[in-house]
Write a protein that binds this ligand. Structure first.
Ligand SMILES: [Cu+2]
Length: 140
């Protein structure tokens, strides 16, 4: 297994974390203070749908201790795991690393699985079966 520097990294690089913080700070400054409540995620977490072999939305932001719930959008099996990945220009994953943090299986429309993120950071995840299903959870 070769180890290229990944375009999408999870925790390890301090630089990545720092960059994320900068981005988050910018985003927060622009939208947090007076944003309408309707745009805010549910207090206890957010939901992600697995429709059309993609994650919708692909990126969600939650606070430490909150939960992401993935909702099956079809009757296709999806296996979600946490880990780093790279995506080619066609949007399909070219490389991946399963961190073994969790493995969640969806098999039916409407089924729900979830994971609670206790620590701040940027956590990428993907469906091991479909190379177009790649997502990110930002915990801040
Ligand atoms: Cu899938």
């Amino acid at each position: 297994m070769t180890r290229h520097p990944s375009r999408v990294l999870r925790r390890p690089a301090l630089l990545t974390a720092a960059a994320s913080l900068v981005l988050l700070s910018a985003a927060c400054g622009a939208s947090s203070a007076d944003s309408p409540p309707s745009a805010a995620p549910a207090k206890d977490g957010v939901s992600v749908n697995t429709g059309l072999l993609t994650f919708d939305p692909e990126t969600v932001t939650i606070q430490p201790g909150q939960t992401v719930t993935w909702v099956g959008g079809d009757n296709i099996t999806h296996v979600l795991v946490e880990g780093a990945y790279t995506v080619g220009s066609d949007g399909l994953r070219t490389e991946q690393t399963d961190d073994k943090a969790f493995s969640l299986e969806l098999t039916k429309k409407g089924q729900q699985v979830s994971h609670t993120y206790d620590k701040a950071g940027t956590f990428t995840y993907f469906c091991t079966i479909h190379k177009g299903m790649n997502g990110t959870v930002t915990v801040s």
